[in-house]
Design a protein around this ligand. Structure first.
Ligand code: TXA
Ligand code: MG
Length: 313
């Protein structure tokens, strides 16, 4: 059921049940992170392998304290600049965080969502919410309540509707290695913006077997129909649709092209990406072809999703 009743969502979560909640990035499938049965239910509903750890969500930075082992000096500056917002911090965990949540890793991923509905919900709970994106494992992430309903509606008691997500791609994940900041997932907070606060950051490449980030698999976000990155000279099936950034491609029927942002705005492109991929996936087109955006700002996060949607295995 879709609705806007925050109190009802609270009661369900306190009773150990799952609720889909809006965040500014994508919708999350939330449950009490300290309740092993709720956490197990999240993995089951998503069909997610248990080696892929979950992000926990808290109302503010001060409430991180019980769940992390130490506060490093850079953290305060990052928190002041970017929380609440589309940034997830990967930190040494305390013993309060169940191993099931982190898939046995000594680090826990924590985020403070900026969406007003998520904030109100978290403010009323005395436990963190574990919440992966509310999609079946490996599929496109949901950016409306309806997207969640379409795929998980029959498996969860309630979907809290907070309108379409304003960022539209998942949070940027940042951790530290030997004291230096490292990005593990490009996301809704641009790398350039983070670098203004902490200086140069390294970006960890994805792999199918990266022990630092077990869930950040190369192949993800895959539609059901074949998905390709545009390449010169490649021939696509007749009727294939093309996703482009700002201008139509000459020589390809305009009715089969979809622009992410005619004004060239990376944030608009990120906001529209997943909804467009879902729409095209269900449109009857035999294939989807996408052209990469310039590698800057949120263009990097969009490109990351396009590359992974096109990756095999
Ligand atoms: O924007 C977001 O981050 C959304 C909203 C709902 O908050 N959540 C989200 O969760 O994208 P999910 O589970 O779809 O993606 C989380 C990623 C996974 O790739 C997972 O492997 C990684 O974060 N992750 C979580 N905890 C980790 C940990 N302890 N160590 C390494 N990677 C971790
Ligand atoms: Mg996800």
């Amino acid at each position: 059921m879709i609705g806007k009743d925050i109190q009802y969502a609270c009661r369900l979560l306190k009773a150990g049940q799952l609720v889909a909640m809006p965040t500014e990035t994508v919708y999350g499938l939330a449950g009490n992170a300290l309740n092993p049965r709720a956490v197990a239910a999240i993995f089951a509903v998503k069909n997610r392998p248990s080696f892929d750890p979950l992000i926990i969500h808290l109302p503010d930075f001060p409430s991180f304290a019980p769940y992390i082992a130490t506060v490093r000096p850079e953290l305060e500056a990052l928190a002041r600049a970017f929380l609440p917002g589309p940034l997830t911090l990967l930190l040494e965990k305390s013993s309060l965080v169940p191993d099931l949540v982190t898939a046995g890793s000594p680090r826990v991923a924590i985020r403070v969502p900026a969406h007003p509905v998520a904030r109100e919900l978290l403010g009323q709970l005395d436990f963190p919410l574990a919440a992966p994106s509310a999609n079946p494992f490996g599929y496109i992430s949901p950016t409306t309540a309806r997207h969640v309903e379409d795929q998980l509606g029959a498996k969860i008691p309630y979907i809290l509707d907070g309108g379409p997500c304003t960022v539209g791609v998942e949070s940027t994940i940042l951790g530290f290695e030997s004291g230096r900041p490292v990005i593990y997932r490009k996301g809704g907070l641009a790398i350039e913006t983070i670098e203004k606060v902490v200086g140069e950051v390294a970006v960890k490449p994805y792999s199918s077997s990266n022990p630092q980030a077990p869930g950040m698999l190369k192949s993800h976000y895959a539609p059901s129909v074949p998905f390709f990155l545009a390449a010169a000279l490649h021939r696509y099936p007749a009727g294939a649709v093309l996703i482009r950034f700002r201008e139509y491609k000459p020589g390809w029927p305009e009715a089969q092209q979809h622009l992410l942002s005619p004004s060239g705005d990376y944030e608009e492109a990120a906001r529209r990406l997943f909804a467009l991929m879902r729409e095209l996936d269900g449109s009857g087109a035999p294939a989807i072809v996408a052209e990469l955006l310039p590698e800057e700002g949120l263009g990097r996060a969009v490109n990351d999703r396009l590359r992974r949607a096109a990756a095999q295995g």
